[in-house]
Design a protein around this ligand. Structure first.
Ligand SMILES: NC(=O)c1ccc[n+]([C@@H]2O[C@H](COP(=O)([O-])OP(=O)(O)OC[C@H]3O[C@@H](n4cnc5c(N)ncnc54)[C@H](O)[C@@H]3O)[C@@H](O)[C@H]2O)c1
Length: 326
């Protein structure tokens, strides 16, 4: 099977590409290596695949319709896994138009080509942030979603609605996956677990926004990759699935777990809560369990241990995590 992975040089994308190549799929990646974080990290993520016979890379933007059309025409793609996006809640508050361009219009560009070239399945990477700030927990796929807390979340929700629209209009098979805070090796350096690990390892205080009682459902990268591969096997006509761990972890607990894993005492600097951040994310994963046989395997302690081990190894090898966070 030939799979197009947009955003394949990023954190989730590069972990997914590795796993798809391993089971014998042909993989085409589109990525524009933008500088939301240091593009050298993305180069480093994909350098292991460059010489692989089943791997092909296109350095282009999903907003470049002409180039995208050429790629679809040439490659005879079976399935699309659309991960390319501007991620990050806080950055989206400063640049809402960029998020509409990349996360909404970029998605429509790909949906159009998926229809034109009779793609067998379109998988869209959505986010737990579409649930917004709410008290009815855990978050389940059939909840009514009409209020998000950031332009990023609104753009993702809007792209989800376009996916639904394209399924209704053109009968394109579409699976929407709502990822809950993904972490693990090659994680974006501007995400909390990366930043905290770096600071705690250096003996510096961690900036904690709020009183530490906010919670996240943290999902280890290998569980997300497995979830994506399961949805490729099932290929439903149109479904939305939460991919989370199904557990809530307090911010304060996360900071402690990272400190314990590094064998250091975590110091904390308490700061006011940030606009755009929701107090809770918590996935109901019953549907993914029932329909996909999805079973998350790595809990926060094991996941953080794996992440900090990778981090310390990269650091001692002079790897990319030593680079400045943009
Ligand atoms: N990491 C998480 O916790 C998380 C949670 C929920 C949803 N998601 C979603 O999962 C997907 C992957 O996230 P990630 O954490 O791997 O982020 P990432 O930033 O590491 O990867 C995204 C990749 O997309 C590429 N890209 C961005 N804009 C592009 C464009 N216009 N054209 C071509 N390529 C472009 C980037 O260069 C990058 O390599 C995103 O859609 C994100 O919104 C991630």
């Amino acid at each position: 099977m030939k799979v197009l992975v947009t955003g394949g040089a990023g954190f989730i994308g590069s972990n997914l590409v590795k796993s798809l190549l391993k089971v014998g799929h042909q993989v085409v990646v589109i990525d524009n290596f933008n500088d939301y974080y240091d593009p050298k990290i993305k180069e480093n993520n994909i350098k292991q695949f460059i010489k692989h016979g089943n791997f092909k890379l296109y350095r282009t933007d999903i907003l470049n319709q002409i180039r995208l059309a050429e790629i679809f025409k040439k490659e005879e793609i079976d399935k699309v896994i659309h991960l390319a996006a501007m991620a990050g809640v806080r950055n989206s508050i400063d640049k809402p138009n960029l998020y509409v361009d990349v996360d909404v219009k970029g998605t429509i560009n790909l949906l159009d080509l998926a229809v034109k070239y009779n793609i067998k399945q379109f998988v869209f990477a959505s986010s737990s942030s579409v649930y917004g700030e709410r008290k009815d927990l855990p978050f389940s796929e059939d909840m009514k979603l009409d209020s998000q807390a950031s332009p990023y979340a609104t753009a993702k929700r809007s792209a989800e609605l376009f996916c639904r629209n394209y399924h209704n209009l053109y009968d394109l098979n579409i699976s929407i996956l709502r990822f809950f805070t993904v972490f693990g090796p090659r994680q974006r350096p501007n995400m909390a677990i990366s930043k905290f690990t770096k600071l705690i390892a250096q003996g510096q205080p961690v900036p904690m926004f709020g009183d530490g009682s906010t919670t996240r459902d943290y999902t280890y990268i290998s569980d997300i990759v497995r979830g994506i591969k399961l949805v490729l096997e099932v290929n439903p006509r149109f479904e939305i699935f939460n991919l989370g761990s199904g557990r809530q972890v307090k911010l304060l607990t996360l900071i402690e777990v990272i400190g314990n894993s590094l064998g250091k005492k975590s110091k904390i600097k308490e700061l006011p809560a940030q606009p755009g951040d929701v107090p809770v994310t918590y996935a109901d994963i019953t549907k993914a369990k029932d329909r996909l046989n999805y079973q998350p395997q790595i809990d926060i302690r094991r996941g953080v241990a794996k992440f900090t081990q990778w981090y310390m190894k990269e650091k001692s090898n002079g790897g990319h995590i030593n680079r400045k966070v943009i």
